[in-house]
Design a protein. Structure first.
Length: 439
């Protein structure tokens, strides 16, 4: 007896992202490093030669979709399992069925969405069946499997890392949604291509999020007869904010990062935090902001407070490991620290001075005294002759020449008296005085 379909199972009532879920590798967008022509995962799927594996990546990048494509390609029994709604009892039932399949010579592929939600005992229940080949396990997780998946189980799985989708990939998906009859292809829809680009820019690599936002905008568009019109105002109302006015590749992007940088340089933490919030709430990539703050730590603070670089790098790592919204507080800490730190641009000035000489004098030979001499021939050519090892001397200083002859006397680094850089200035003056006496 067939089960009666419910009202909510009608395909036309499914969310747009579900209706447009790719069914073949040709329809799949992104993950070219895994699914491009000749790439390992593509070959495994096409040859129906799947082994146990884990798909690790952020939401909306195609982990579940890939599992569905494998289900369509494989001759094995395919079981879809959710770590959210299943317990030990359900696991045992599935394993019993898989064992029966094995006895009849049929492979069973078990897909577990959000495998990181299973505790150690639940994950252990799969292990003996994976080991003896009753099941081929495919897990999907947004969490680092090194920490969230049982080590014994993980060692029997190949981990494939899925990346956030690129803007062009998401634009392709959105365009398909507008033209495909499974999406809005049968509707008379008026919407500028500029808005498609806007959706794609603000998806942060999440295809499902982009399609959901598009669907919400279309459902709330202005209806006149059989025409639906979607405007920028419609989008703003649907998202409850004006974040989509911010174009990550446009002028406003550069205006806001400039405002953040200059507020920190001007030691104004309140303004700096405001511009930080403007960017994050508009959908800016926190890793991009963290890169800029790390640059600031050396360009505008430098040795006036060497800890600034440590804090900015720590914030950068937090952004990469944790992501939004949690990493907003790490960036706030870094931005406030940069704002209050003493300022010195001596590092940037030193490099730009040295860069100018380096570009104009690319062929200047390295002085023989500081060349390496790993072979007898090099030693015979006087490589390293006369070199003095600073640690062998009482003051840990020597009078050897380290700049090319044409650049003797050049000074690139001029320390300021800001913060702890005054200590570096004092030390540099002592070194220069010593070298004058021992010239």
């Amino acid at each position: 007896m067939n089960e009666q379909r419910t009202f909510f199972e009608k395909p036309e009532l499914q969310p747009l992202a579900a209706r447009l879920r790719p069914k073949t590798l040709e329809e799949f967008c992104g993950q070219e490093h895994l699914l491009g022509e000749g790439k390992v995962l593509r070959r495994l799927i096409e040859n129906d030669n799947i082994g146990s594996m884990i798909f690790w990546g952020p939401p909306g990048v195609g982990k579940t979709t890939l599992a569905r494509i494998i289900a369509n390609h494989t001759k094995a029994a395919f079981i879809d399992f959710s770590a959210v709604t299943s317990g030990i009892k359900e696991i045992k039932q599935v394993m019993e069925q898989a064992e029966k399949n094995r006895r009849f010579g049929e492979k069973t592929i078990l897909f577990i969405d959000e495998i990181h939600r299973f505790n150690k005992a639940q994950q252990d229940a799969f292990l003996p069946f994976v080991e003896k080949g009753s099941i081929i396990l495919i897990g999907a997780t947004t969490e680092n499997p090194s920490f969230e998946v049982n080590g014994a189980l993980l060692s029997r799985c190949k981990v494939f890392v899925l990346h956030p989708l690129g803007v062009e990939d998401i634009k392709k998906l959105l365009t398909r949604a507008l033209n495909d009859e499974r999406g809005f292809g049968l509707q008379n829809l008026v919407m500028s291509y500029e808005l498609v680009e806007t959706f794609a820019n603000f998806a942060n690599g999440d295809a499902r999020g982009a399609l959901t936002t598009l669907e919400m905008a279309v459902l709330n568009g202005t209806v006149q007869g059989d025409t639906i019109t979607v405007t920028r105002e419609t989008v703003e109302q649907c998202t409850s904010k004006k974040s989509l006015l911010y174009d990550k590749s446009g002028e406003e992007h550069y205006n806001l990062i400039s405002a953040l940088h200059k507020s920190m340089r001007n030691s104004d933490p309140d303004a700096a935090v405001y511009w930080l919030a403007r960017m994050l709430e508009a959908g800016e990539d926190p890793v991009y902001i963290a890169r800029r703050v790390t640059r600031f730590a050396s360009e505008d603070v430098g040795l006036a407070d060497p800890r600034a670089l440590e804090i900015s790098v720590a914030a950068f790592q937090a952004c990469r490991l944790i992501g939004m919204p949690e990493c907003s507080v790490h960036l706030t800490e870094a931005v406030v620290y940069m704002s209050l730190a003493p300022k010195s641009n001596a590092m940037d000035v030193a490099y730009m001075r040295a860069r100018a000489d380096a570009l104009n004098m690319l062929a200047e030979p390295v002085p023989l005294v500081i060349r390496n001499a790993p072979t007898k021939l090099m030693k015979d050519l006087d490589y390293g002759k006369g070199y003095k090892y600073a640690h062998d001397y009482e003051d840990k200083l020597t009078d050897i020449q380290c700049l090319p002859d044409s650049l003797i006397g050049r000074e690139y680094y001029t320390p300021t008296e800001q913060g702890v850089e005054i200590k570096f200035k004092t030390r540099l003056e002592e070194i220069k005085e010593w070298k004058k006496k021992h010239k």
